[in-house]
Design a protein around this ligand. Structure first.
Ligand SMILES: [Zn+2]
Length: 316
């Protein structure tokens, strides 16, 4: 089909019918719905995986009255709005978070569809459908660990390690899919893990406390596998800065960042150290995972601009 070049002679090898289909408005709506459905699954993972439960069985139940939730009451976003966030049977209120995560999945999927499918097609190139799906998996994993870390101070290995392997595997098959060669993906993952695991070890040696979890190290490895060296550097630097910018004001007005205390979930392990109320903001514990994840999401969506910033700093 090489005689179908448009746009200054740039040639697309994609069938025109397929191009028309992928660019149609309903395709974008479908991309949003697809992401919202996976967002709904992410809600299940957020609740069940840190508690060691299966994500497949049993089906969803109302946490208040234990009534099984029918499929038509379990549609992403629509059911939440239709039932005003309540159980059909007992009218107990469901957390707004369920809908927030579903909307996040939909928006993420749509934005990635625009970046990896629609934009390349408009430019006359080939759509990167595999890239769209892989980045969606990565983005949803970031959303999942944000909430498990905020709720329970857990970054599940069951989520971050397979996704890390997926990133390196995708780079091995085709460096263009994620924009990172496989050597860089593997090296960035290993160096990321080593950096945070090393920092954790130093803290343990010097101060006798675990200031970072190995979950943080595995999460940064996953970010390195997908985003390469630049993404990992961005996640650590921007994650630390944004962590301070968000956490310090919250702590100053007497709010905690996490939704539970570390002891509540993990017991009174002396390795975890103690919060020091005397030291105020400096003595408080803040989970790092949500801030690493936030910075990685920024990289995912605004990669071009961020790479320019990093290049500018490195070039000076
Ligand atoms: Zn109920």
């Amino acid at each position: 089909m090489s005689d179908l070049g448009w746009y200054d002679g740039r040639v697309s090898e994609v069938e025109p019918a397929v191009v028309a289909m992928l660019l149609a408005p309903w395709a974008s709506l479908l991309a949003f719905t697809f992401g919202a459905l996976w967002g709904s699954f992410a809600n299940v993972v957020i609740w069940r995986v840190p508690r060691g439960e299966s994500v497949v069985r049993p089906g969803s139940r109302c946490p208040a009255c234990a009534a099984p939730i029918a499929w038509y009451d379990n549609l992403p976003i629509a059911s939440y709005v239709a039932l005003r966030g309540r159980c059909r049977r007992c009218k107990a209120r469901f957390s707004l978070r369920y809908m927030v995560v579903e909307v996040a999945g939909g928006v993420l999927s749509l934005a990635l569809y625009m970046n990896h499918v629609v934009q390349p097609l408009i430019a006359g190139g080939a759509p990167n459908v595999a890239g769209w799906l892989l980045w969606l998996v990565f983005g949803l994993a970031l959303v999942i660990v944000t909430y498990t870390d905020l709720d329970l101070w857990i970054i599940p290995s069951e989520v971050v390690l397979p996704v890390c392997a997926l990133g390196i595997g995708a780079a091995a098959l085709s460096p263009a899919t994620l924009g990172v060669p496989v050597i860089e993906a593997a090296a960035a993952a290993a160096a990321s893990y080593a950096l945070l695991a090393g920092l954790r070890w130093l803290y343990l040696r010097l101060r006798g406390i675990e200031a970072l979890g190995l979950g943080d190290a595995k999460l940064l490895a996953m970010i390195g596998a997908f985003c390469g060296a630049q993404g990992a550097i961005w996640a650590v630097a921007a994650g630390a800065i944004q962590g301070l910018v968000v956490a310090v004001p919250m702590l100053l007005v007497g709010r905690t960042v996490a939704h539970s205390s570390l002891e509540e979930v993990h017991g009174a392990d002396p390795l975890l150290g103690e919060e020091d109320p005397e030291a105020g903001v400096m003595g408080a514990r803040v989970p790092f995972g949500p801030f690493l994840a936030l910075a990685a999401l920024e990289f995912l969506l605004f990669r071009g601009a961020i790479v320019e910033v990093i290049g500018g700093i490195a070039g000076e």
